[in-house]
Design a binder for this molecule. Structure first.
Ligand code: SF4
Length: 365
């Protein structure tokens, strides 16, 4: 069941926690990017008919309707089983929703991150909980009820009270899908860089400790389960039947083609990636060059573990797995980070919290 990913890395502001290659760029670059993206899609010789489409960002929800419509018209397979657009709360209007629907969009992922005003303000975002409530109601009025809401555990200033408040809002709005990410600290975000340098900007001194973030996450798992949202992947929770078909492809090692800056692809036993920066993507297009920056053969035996173990259903062991991965499998089973039922291994609750350490062992095994 193949999919298509389109990257639109343009945003109204650069959020302090964001470590993507997205941001606020000149209008001229955005216009050229749109042309380059449409051309890349138009040139694609489709090896299969996609079943899902995913517009990620950045903020593709703010892309002009003409660009969305033109790109979607170049992708075969409409009506897709799932066609998602990521959007930031605050700009969702009747007109925009009409444009999305006309382009074939049938799922919306809202980058909410928090429902609590001081936390939202620190990230650089401008929405309020009221904005999200209004806009989810509007989406539903237009028949777009396949909604995801993103939350981040570990934002600056987050407390037990504020985290509960965000989860209370989830309960009230009852989206069928929620993603909960734990704050990532690295040099690629302004907040991450500040934290690593021991600075105080962006509320860095008020970022909860790692243990506390893990407790927030575990509490979210419980609260979301209470709302009927089952954790089906480390960061993803859904009512049964509302899992993201597109995102499942990444963990099930199904093929997908990516278009635009930093878009990844996996097809025909190969993995490749486009250049990361929007400016370089456009520069390549202007020069008539290919956007790909790297192409490597897939490693299905390893990927089955370090990608597939993200799914709570786990990974089915095959005959050669013990020979090749016996050492890490036994170690993590003994340590209680993995559990085995029949021929299936999966992460335990403790294993989820230490998942990166588990995955690393399968890459290097
Ligand atoms: S978090 Fe989303 S909206 Fe904010 S800068 Fe990153 S991609 Fe843009």
């Amino acid at each position: 069941m193949p999919g298509v990913y389109l990257s639109y890395p343009f945003c109204a502001q650069k959020c302090t926690y964001c470590n993507f290659a997205s941001g606020v760029f000149p209008r001229e670059l955005e216009r050229d990017y749109q042309a380059a993206l449409l051309e890349e899609v138009a040139r694609q010789d489709w090896p299969w008919t996609p079943e899902t489409v995913y517009w990620g960002g950045g903020t593709p929800g703010a892309a002009p309707r003409s660009v969305l419509a033109a790109a979607m018209a170049r992708i075969p397979g409409r009506e897709w089983r799932e066609a998602t657009i990521e959007a930031a709360p605050g700009g969702i209007t009747d007109e925009r929703i009409h444009a999305w629907r006309a382009a074939g969009i049938n799922r919306v992922s809202l980058g909410v991150q928090s429902f609590v005003q001081p936390e939202i303000a620190r990230t650089g975002r401008k929405h309020t909980a009221g904005t999200v409530a209004r806009e989810t109601a509007l989406l539903r009025e237009h028949g777009l009820d396949n909604l995801n809401i993103d939350l981040i555990a570990g934002l600056a200033g987050q407390t037990w009270t504020s985290w509960r408040e965000s989860l209370d809002w989830i309960e009230r709005l009852a989206p069928p899908h929620v993603s909960v990410y734990m704050l990532e600290v690295d040099e690629d975000s302004r907040l991450g860089g500040e934290l690593l340098r021991g600075g105080i900007r962006y509320g860095a001194k008020e970022v909860p400790q790692g243990d506390c973030i893990a407790e927030f996450y575990e509490y979210a798992v419980e609260r979301l389960a209470g709302c009927g949202l089952r954790r089906y992947e480390i960061s993803n929770f859904a009512r049964p039947g509302w899992e993201s078909w597109h995102n499942l492809k990444y963990w099930r090692l199904e093929p997908y083609l990516g278009f635009g800056a930093d878009a990844h692809s996996f097809a025909g036993g190969m993995r490749w990636q486009n250049v990361e920066r929007a400016a370089e993507y456009v520069a390549r297009w202007r020069a008539g060059q290919c956007a790909r920056s790297a192409e490597t053969p897939a490693r299905p035996e390893e990927e089955k573990f370090f990608v597939g173990l993200r799914l709570m259903d786990g990974v089915r062991l095959e005959s050669g797995d013990w020979a090749r991965f016996g050492a890490p499998l036994r170690r993590f089973l003994d340590a209680g980070l993995l559990e085995q039922r029949g021929e299936t291994v999966r992460l335990t609750s403790q294993g989820v919290l230490l998942s990166n350490e588990v995955f690393e062992e399968f890459v290097s095994a």
